[in-house]
Design a protein around this ligand. Structure first.
Ligand SMILES: Nc1ncnc2c1ncn2[C@@H]1O[C@H](COP(=O)(O)OP(=O)(O)OP(=O)(O)O)[C@@H](O)[C@H]1O
Ligand SMILES: [Mg+2]
Length: 377
């Protein structure tokens, strides 16, 4: 790939990210802050919505890296910055060892071909006025010199690859089911032989019965083409099934990260425990205590310094502690298993006991409250 300079790029080590030799995409110190005003006639303090704040991770060749967390924690923003749809406020993205910001035009064009995306909603992500042939063939028309017939043949092959029939290239998106449309989106993403596909909730808009089919298709395509995926998902079962490594995000900050099985087998952060407990148990006979974190997700606008998780822990926070003032780093607790380690963030027995949702106690409390209000009136 063409480079501007002769000196090799040095990619900084970062907590949670280990510069493995098979890394294809590396994200370092990535921040995306949105200016949400707060100033009047240029006077006063600016307000920043910190959608992502110092995110670091590596996506390895032919593997899947997952991003999970509640709505609004910055997952889509991370993908958008990587895809070049949003400018980063700070930080670097390295593609195959090269800083994307330093690439030549040709290098950047190659990067855009190599990194494709599939979005959540197969109903709005396909142009309703275009036939499938034009939708799937569009990237080939734009980025290659292939002839009309060559594109037609390639589109036919791509449709077969994603489990559709070549004759369907003459149809419009509304003539397909949700699952089939997502297959069309995947065929389009595959057209230019990418190395990485960013998947933003690729199955969450689909019927449960169809989700497994699409996930299996994605896994088959990964194995066949050696594709890497960066997968955003709410659903922890999807993440566990598809991801080799993962990061759990809260309010724009990674809280726990590393090998997927290590995290599911031994979730260290209280927040990860709460996410796992909120997911359906994998077996109806397995009962699990439900963990409910106190407080509410605080606004990502001008978050206070220190650990963003402070307001959600059942453990009393000592505000003179360093991590109440300064953003704590990820710490490696076991091989490739990193977590934010503060006196209030880890899922200790005490913290878990304090977070277990006690239904009877809640009912008693609301009953007492009701009686108190009745007595008052
Ligand atoms: N263009 C924008 N201007 C201002 N704020 C934005 C913009 N885009 C996103 N945000 C804010 O950034 C934060 C992160 O949004 P993002 O879409 O990345 O969340 P998400 O994790 O993908 O959530 P979801 O699971 O609901 O898709 C949110 O608070 C959102 O409101
Ligand atoms: Mg999103």
């Amino acid at each position: 790939m063409a480079r501007n300079t002769m000196t090799p790029t040095v990619i900084p080590e970062a907590p949670g990210a280990s510069n493995p030799s098979d890394a294809i995409l590396q994200v370092r110190g990535l921040r995306k802050w949105f200016d949400v005003g707060g100033r009047f006639l240029g006077i006063g303090q600016r307000s920043w919505l910190k959608a992502i704040d110092d995110v670091n991770f590596d996506v390895r060749e032919s593997q899947t890296f997952g991003l999970v967390g509640e709505s609004g924690c910055g997952k889509t923003t991370t993908l958008k910055v990587i895809l070049g749809l949003e400018e980063p406020t700070e930080g670097n993205i390295y593609w195959q060892g090269e800083d994307v910001a330093d690439m030549t035009r040709a290098g950047r064009r190659e990067f855009r071909r190599s990194v494709q995306a599939v979005f959540q909603d197969p109903w709005s992500s396909l142009n309703p006025r275009m036939r499938v042939q034009a939708i799937v063939g569009e990237p080939l028309e734009i980025a290659t010199t292939m002839s009309r017939q060559e594109i037609r043949d390639r589109v036919g092959d791509l449709l077969v690859e994603v489990g559709l029939n070549p004759y369907q290239m003459n149809l419009y998106p509304h003539e397909f089911s949700g699952g089939q449309r997502q297959r069309i989106g995947i065929a389009r993403a595959l057209a230019l032989n990418p190395k990485l596909i960013c998947l933003d909730e690729p199955v969450s808009a689909l019927d449960v019965s169809i989700r497994a089919q699409i996930m299996n298709l994605l896994v088959d395509l990964q194995n066949e083409h050696g594709l890497a995926y960066l997968l955003v998902a709410h659903n922890l079962a999807t993440v566990r099934y598809m991801c080799h490594e993962m990061a759990v995000m809260y309010l724009g900050v990674v809280q726990e990260m590393g090998d997927t099985e290590a995290i599911f087998n031994n979730p260290l952060h209280l927040y990860t425990n709460a996410l796992i407990s909120a997911a359906l148990p994998s077996h109806p006979d397995i009962t699990r205590d439900e963990i409910i974190l106190p407080g509410e997700v605080v606004s990502p606008i001008d978050p206070p310094p220190g650990d963003v998780f402070m307001t959600r822990t059942p453990i009393e926070v000592d505000h003179s502690n360093e991590w109440a003032q300064v953003r704590p780093p990820l710490v490696e607790k076991e091989p490739n298993h990193w977590v934010v380690d503060t006196p209030w963030s880890l899922a200790t027995d005490e913290a878990l006991r304090a977070s277990i949702y006690d239904e009877e106690a809640e009912i008693r409390k609301s009953e007492e409250e009701r009686r108190r209000l009745a007595a008052e009136n």
